[in-house]
Design a protein around this ligand. Structure first.
Ligand code: UDP
Length: 232
């Protein structure tokens, strides 16, 4: 298969017939790739979690690029043109929100906060507003509104899904792509690399913050998260 894109932890191949295959590697990175390690089995865990969550969203009527999970570490998807925006939804203050503004870590955000970032390592993913996204020609106003509304629907579905499993969905990042018919659909991945998950009972961090903040046992918590995502 022809390599279309090689990212920091994933590679995307053209599978023909309007399809692509995403291969999740065992790498884990933070700080725009400044910190990096390899953890055996991590790619497979993220592929399986991402595939299951995309399925859950499809069942709730949210259009995604997901077609099927290929054991152990890949997803077959619809080929799309990625819109270079990171759409972040937050239910609880953490991470960069707490560093940039006077929020307390753990403070509830109701209604949830939606943020757009410009996907660019060179510029360090700066937050942008609608006018900047439009002036850069990244998408149309309708597409922006569609992405905002869809991100909030995704949040509703996933918040409920995780709450039933004793997990708080603190925040997450999603990306969208244009399909060949021009429709803007959910793309990329949804995994512990791109979300924050806290155990509702113990407060344990079950996501990439364990790596970012050197909290230890990254794989143990990624595995535990997979068990709970696949349960029931
Ligand atoms: N996130 C991501 N990719 C990025 C930036 C953020 O997947 O390039 C996710 C991150 O894992 C978290 C949410 O988006 O779940 C909000 O991240 P935040 O802005 O707090 O940034 P961070 O603290 O990770 O720098």
């Amino acid at each position: 298969m022809k390599l279309i894109y090689e990212g920091k932890v994933k590679a995307v191949y053209d599978a023909g017939g309007g399809k692509a295959v995403i291969v999740f590697r065992d790498d884990i990175t933070a700080g725009d790739g400044a910190k990096r390690e390899t953890m055996k089995g991590k790619g497979a865990i993220n592929a399986e979690i991402s595939a299951r969550l995309m399925e859950v969203l499809e069942e709730e009527g949210i259009e995604t690029h997901f077609i099927e999970y290929r054991r152990p570490d890949r997803m077959v998807v619809r080929k799309v043109e990625i819109i270079p925006l990171e759409v972040i939804v937050r239910n609880v203050a953490a991470g960069s929100l707490v560093r940039r503004y006077p929020f307390r870590e753990g403070q509830r955000l109701d209604p949830p906060v939606v943020e757009f970032g410009y996907k660019s390592d060179e510029y360090h993913d700066p937050m942008l507003n609608d006018d900047i996204a439009l002036a850069l020609g990244l998408c149309t106003r309708e597409e922006l509104e569609h992405m905002r509304a869809t991100a909030l629907r995704i949040n509703d579905v996933l918040k409920g899904f995780f709450s039933e499993r004793g997990i708080i969905l603190v925040d997450f990042k999603v990306e969208f792509g244009r399909a060949d018919d021009g429709r803007v659909i959910l793309a990329d991945e949804i995994s512990p690399d791109t979300c924050r998950f806290w155990d509702a009972e113990t407060g344990d961090v079950m996501d990439k913050d364990r790596f970012r903040r050197d909290m230890g046992d990254v794989m143990g918590f990624y595995r535990a998260l997979r068990e709970r995502v696949l349960a029931g």
